[in-house]
Ligand binder design. Sequence first.
Ligand code: URA
Length: 259
Amino acid sequence: MEFSDALRLQLEWGADEALLDTPQDRRRAPTLPSGVQEPLAPRPRLARPVAVATSAGPEASAQLAASCTTLAALEEAMRGFSDCALRDTATQLVFADGAADARLVIVGEAPGGEEDRVGKPFVGPAGQLLDRMLGSIDLDRTKVRIINTVPWRPPGNRTPTEAEIAMCLPFLHRHIALIAPAGLLALGAVATKALLGTKAQNGIRQMRGKWQQVRIEGLPTPLPCLPTYHPAYLLRMPLAKRESWQDLLQLRSWLEDHA
Ligand code: URA
């Protein structure tokens, strides 16, 4: 197998970071220090990094979220919440970035490796593109609120499962309700589907650039929500930046009208 094929295979398996300073050939048996016996018992099999089970339904998160009357209380409650198994594999909760009284809440998918390490959403390559996108319409992180559909990094950066999204949805709604913004920007298919539910019948390519109304638990009226491409998709598909720019222009004029 070519070295590049082996690397690609590891990426497909979910490897996305190197933790050791020196490379190790994992295909060879490890050399044991002299005098150390090979253990007889078979090694426990590693859990596959797919569809991590959750131990309870969304009722637990719904009850907890509903009891939070401030963002600080919500953050503390989420930090202590142990019913979502994503928390066990993530380094830390990635709560939010930006203003607590923002008129626009931007909703991403889930933290990646960089976000998991730093504890802030959108600080990796997709985040740097998001910063440039915001800058192009005279916005920056201090003027918006940035959160994710699920606040813990899924292992190997896989897409969060429906059960994980359902479990985290009450936290997302509560977060939005406590900010009470004028509107939402949904980045990518996962955030769009989580926010729009059954209204998201088409893929992101059909839904992007079209304002929708989203009912948020705890807010008296639905919020306008603009779905657009996720910056990570734009990094892979630079041609889609043209449509994304149209969406940003639309967002800018909407914000001007709703100043
Ligand atoms: N992608 C997301 O959806 N959220 C982040 O925080 C980072 C990358």
